[in-house]
Design a protein around this ligand. Structure first.
Ligand code: PHE
Length: 511
């Protein structure tokens, strides 16, 4: 009988009155388990209900059935030993292996038989120890066989037969009385999940059953949340450090910059090698923009060509076309120049600025260099600032990043004088590493902007990638940033704790 007709047959029986599941299974000639499955499924659709009855039965194993006739192995072993005893070899030859082994051991335990202490060199012998024996285990097995659960065998002995000797098995099962359910019908209608075009066209939807809508929102699978890139985590730490020190963030949203803001305002001469296509990316379309403040452009031109305020300038013919060229900014100092110009134009006030964003350089890509990376830059602008202020601020800043030991080395930047490279002792790497570049912006840069002559600007810059790589133990920049980076590393990298331990130590030391 196939499943569909079995279901129909059962529903027909139930329509006439309550049905006993085991009786139905045997008349239908199917396994009772199959009927149980059918009941469960019909019950889910409320076609039927059922009441279960528990059953348990004790059943003999095939081995135990064999013992009913022949006696248990221990009794067989006893019987095989003559009253006067015999050699072990004679005994073993008479019985099968199970009796000779398990049976003999069991009979020894019952003290029915025993080994005779043999004299040296003599053959080992076995003998009876009891004059007569009663095969109680066989009687128990016979009782179980006849009366099942009602056998009356004491529980302790029964447990030995079930658990230890595995001669008896306890079978448990349920039977059901099946009655009509709330939605009883002679046939189960298939509930549709969707109302289809065809159902509407044919009108069959009128008689169709539909699955109920589940309007209760399910819990759903927890979404695999987003993960912040290590560079962004470190950027956040830098940002917080600057904000704690009272710095304001500069707008860095222009990757495309003019040569004017990137180089000319910084008094970097137009024939400077950095302004070559080998070092800088030049835009093709639009190749140029002409949006600089004209009065300021003129003052910058004069500074480049002839100087002023005590400077002799660079002594060359400054070209506007060069300044108007569109490039990808090579450093965030272009942003600082824009902000300082705005500050001077709007009326000078002491200011502390910072920026963290992307810059571009036309460099050969290797383990430590990419054509695009991020710079962190800090700028302080106030009356009478000195190199001492710069050094002091750098100590403050880097201490918050966990670098308390600094060294400075004279350096050159076209727009700062004096300039210093910054080195920090790395406690984990146990060596001095270059961590940044700094300086005081030249008067040739600040005065054309209209900055008061007694105002000095101290500034420093570093890359975001370098501290991030040290922090996360990454030795190839391509594993950190760019198309070859493994997304899984973004998920797996922990939150950044820039210099937390060292910071705590610094705090303790100053308390
Ligand atoms: N602009 C410099 C660089 O790209 C960093 C710097 C910023 C140096 C500010 C001095 C002052 O390396």
């Amino acid at each position: 009988m196939d499943d569909a007709s079995l279901e129909k047959a059962l529903l027909l029986e139930v329509s006439k009155g309550d049905v006993q599941s085991d009786a139905f299974a045997s008349t239908a000639g199917v396994d009772h388990k199959k009927i149980v499955g059918l009941i469960k499924s019909l019950q889910a659709s409320e076609l039927v209900t059922s009441i279960a009855t528990d059953h348990a039965e004790l059943v003999l194993s095939p081995e135990a059935i064999a013992y009913l006739e022949r006696g248990t192995p221990e009794a067989q072993a006893y019987a095989a030993i003559p009253a006067e005893g015999c050699t072990l070899a004679e005994f073993k030859a008479k019985v099968d292996a199970a009796v000779g082994d398990v049976g003999f051991k069991q009979a020894m335990q019952c003290r029915w038989v025993g080994m005779v202490k043999a004299e040296k060199g003599a053959e080992p012998r076995v003998e009876r120890k009891a004059a007569a024996v009663e095969d109680v285990a066989r009687e128990h097995l016979a009782a179980v066989h006849e009366k099942g659960a009602a056998c009356g065998v004491p529980q302790k002995e029964l447990d030995v037969l079930i658990k230890k000797r595995k001669l008896v098995r306890l079978d448990a099962w349920k039977t059901y009385v099946i009655s009509k359910g709330a939605a009883f019908a002679l046939e189960r209608k298939k509930a549709h999940a969707d109302l289809t075009h065809e159902m509407i066209m044919s009108g069959s939807w009128r008689d169709a059953d539909f699955k109920a809508y589940n309007l209760v929102p399910g819990a759903g699978a927890p979404p695999n949340g987003g993960h912040v890139h290590p560079l962004l985590k470190v950027r956040q730490q830098f940002r917080e450090t600057f904000l704690q020190l009272g710095f304001a963030e500069m707008p860095t949203n222009n990757f495309v910059e003019s040569g004017f803001w990137n180089f000319d305002t910084l008094i970097q001469p137009q024939m400077h090698p950095a302004r070559d296509a080998h070092d800088t990316f030049f835009m093709k379309t639009p190749a140029a923009a002409n949006r600089a403040p004209e009065d300021y452009v003129e003052r910058v031109r004069t500074m480049h060509e002839t100087g002023g305020h005590g400077s002799i300038g660079h002594q060359y013919a400054w070209k506007r076309e060069e300044a108007d060229k569109n490039i990808l900014r090579t450093h965030t100092t272009a942003v600082s120049a824009r902000c300082l110009h705005k500050l001077a134009r709007d009326g000078f006030k002491p200011a502390k600025y910072f920026s963290i964003d992307r810059v571009f350089r036309n460099e050969a890509v290797d383990r430590t260099h990419l054509a695009e990376f991020h710079q962190v830059e800090g700028v302080i602008c106030d009356v009478g600032l000195t190199l001492g202020d710069l050094i002091g601020v750098l100590y403050q800043f880097f201490a918050r990043l966990g670098m308390t030991e600094l060294r400075f080395k004279p350096a050159f930047n076209p727009y700062t004088e004096p300039s210093m490279e910054i080195f920090a002792y790395h406690p984990m790497l146990k060596k001095w590493v270059e961590v940044g570049n700094s300086g005081m912006f030249r008067p040739e840069m600040m005065l054309p902007m209209g900055m008061p002559p007694d105002v000095n600007v101290i500034a420093w810059g570093l890359s975001l990638e370098r501290p991030t790589m040290i922090m996360y133990g990454i030795d190839n920049i391509r594993d950190l940033f760019g198309s070859k980076m493994q997304i899984s590393s973004v998920k797996n990298n922990p939150v950044c704790r820039l210099g937390l331990i060292e910071q705590e130590e610094t705090v303790k030391a100053t308390q």
